[in-house]
Design a protein around this ligand. Structure first.
Ligand SMILES: [Zn+2]
Length: 82
């Protein structure tokens, strides 16, 4: 089901996402978003953090887009290359 609301950009071109939309997607302050420009529409999507190496969404290092397994492999490779 599509929900729609009108919003006005503030003086610095920011827009407040309606509370019920934030709650529906469990968005909190500092949540990461993806923003797309598509023809004449701007699409905002909740960004699901995933490991940039393997794509896993599990066992991520907090605040960093890499899982512990890949971080360990990267550390091993760094050690091996010395
Ligand atoms: Zn990984």
């Amino acid at each position: 089901m599509t929900q729609m609301e009108y919003r006005t950009l503030d003086e610095t071109s920011r827009v407040l996402i309606p509370k019920k939309f934030r709650e529906a997607l469990h968005l909190e302050p500092k949540s990461q978003l993806k923003i797309y420009l598509e023809e004449n529409r701007i699409i905002i999507e909740k960004a699901e953090l995933s490991c940039r190496m393997c794509g896993s969404k599990e066992d991520l290092i907090e605040g960093f887009p890499m899982c512990r397994s890949c971080a360990e492999k990267a550390a091993f490779l760094l050690q091996a290359s010395k």
